[in-house]
Ligand binder design. Structure first.
Ligand code: NAD
Ligand code: DAU
Length: 350
């Protein structure tokens, strides 16, 4: 039986990728390696935890000897690497943690794969999941292409850019079969409420202020998380080795326009008068080094591998809001304890 190691599978995107692979490929064994940091939550994948082709491994990618030992024990054929510290604001407060997980952790995985695959790279693949933030910030015009030069600005994007470079270096230097994808902003069920969309849905429900950074004019390109998981599936199976694929939603929104859409939808959902939730909008100090605009050109992926987003944004955001409203318990469980301290540290002096 073929064995795939997926890292970070208890997190937001990883949980959707694990579910897709476990349910679509019953003849492949999926190992999910996750440290279960604040962002990792086994509840996200409770529906597939007893599948015959699934094993959970609790562990830290920064722990080199442990990583080496699980590769030796299980002899994985391929790796899909998503585990990371993923929140830009946290990277501004604690850059070193991002270097450890995103850079050192990635190199540990590359070393372990190189060690067990040595001299025989046939049917092997190291798939690295990355972000559009490595390309930096766009002005009003243009889009990120796979050939766009790297220009990261935050400690998060610098650490992801560094990990991308290491993955390419292992291909160029040792001949390791690799593929990288760089995706735009994801939204959907199971996202930790430190990120804009779940945080604002949660705050609206609890009648708390909505902290908009700067003037709310920054632009992001939003993609439904299941469409990202589908893209990872087609790239993993049919992507060309050594290549990079950009993944985006062709769905650009200024933050303030997006927030207004969420406020209106939440007013409806909660039976509030139209305009009620918008009153919670509070402009706060901008994020340091805040990138103005991201926009992805996914033509390579669409034409070569016949992928396209399956959901229009209107449908995706409605599904997302419904999911958070129907899963209040999930939100309660992760917003008790440490989250309260994170929230007051991050927002009280803004
Ligand atoms: P997330 O923060 O929701 O989940 C990260 C997961 O990694 C968690 O389950 C966490 O427990 C695990 N993890 C963290 N440190 C670990 C360690 N040292 N060892 C083992 N596991 C560890 O992140 P996400 O939003 O799901 O992002 C997943 C990947 O996709 C990341 O690599 C991120 O850079 C990339 N990405 C995210 C987005 C987005 O919009 N969220 C867009 C493009 C790319
Ligand atoms: O582009 C892909 C990236 O998207 C991923 O690589 C990251 O892992 C992911 O976190 C996301 O990064 P962003 O910084 O774009 O996402 P975030 O949800 O933190 O913020 C989205 C926008 O909303 C951004 O312009 C900052 C703004 N914002 C965010 C928060 C949390 C606010 O105005 N207020 C907030 O409280």
């Amino acid at each position: 039986m073929k064995k795939i190691l997926i890292t970070g599978g208890a997190g937001f995107i990883g949980s959707h990728v694990v579910r897709l692979f476990v349910t679509t490929y019953p003849d492949v064994h999926i190992f999910n390696l996750d440290k279960l940091t604040y962002a990792g939550n086994l509840e996200n994948i409770s529906d597939i935890e007893s599948a015959a082709n699934y094993t959970f491994l609790k562990g830290d990618i920064v722990d080199g000897p442990y990583i080496q030992s699980i590769f030796e024990e299980h002899q994985f054929d391929s790796v899909i690497h998503l585990a990371a510290e993923s929140h830009v604001d946290r990277s501004i407060s604690n850059p070193l943690e991002f270097v450890m997980t995103n850079v050192v952790g990635t190199v540990n995985l590359l070393n372990a794969a190189k060690h067990i695959w040595k001299d025989n790279f046939e049917n092997k693949l190291f798939y690295h999941v990355s972000t559009d933030e490595v390309y930096g910030s766009l002005g009003e015009e243009g889009m990120f292409l796979e050939s766009t030069a790297y220009d990261p600005h935050s400690p998060y994007s610098a650490s992801k850019a560094s990990s991308d470079h290491f993955v390419r270096a292992y291909s160029d230097t040792y001949g390791m079969p690799i593929v990288i994808s760089n995706c735009s902003n994801n939204y959907g069920p199971n996202q930790f409420p430190e990120k804009l969309i779940p945080l604002f849905i949660n705050n609206i429900r609890s009648n708390k202020p909505l902290p908009v950074y700067g003037k709310g004019e920054n632009i992001r390109d939003w993609l439904f998380v299941v469409d990202h998981a589908r893209a990872i599936d087609v790239i993993f199976h049919n992507g060309r080795q050594g290549e990079t694929y950009n993944i985006g939603g062709e769905n650009e929104w200024t933050n303030i326009d997006l927030i207004q859409v969420i406020c209106k939808a939440m007013d409806k959902k909660l039976g509030r008068e139209t305009g009620e939730s918008e009153k919670l909008i509070t402009y706060v100090t901008d994020r340091a080094g805040h990138d103005l605009r991201y926009a992805i050109d996914s033509n390579k992926l669409m034409t070569e591998l016949d992928w396209k987003p399956s959901l229009q944004f209107e449908e995706g955001i409605e599904k997302t809001i419904n999911w958070y409203m129907d899963n209040e318990e999930w939100m309660k469980n992760i917003t008790s304890g440490d989250y309260q301290k994170y929230y007051s540290d991050m927002y009280q002096d803004r």
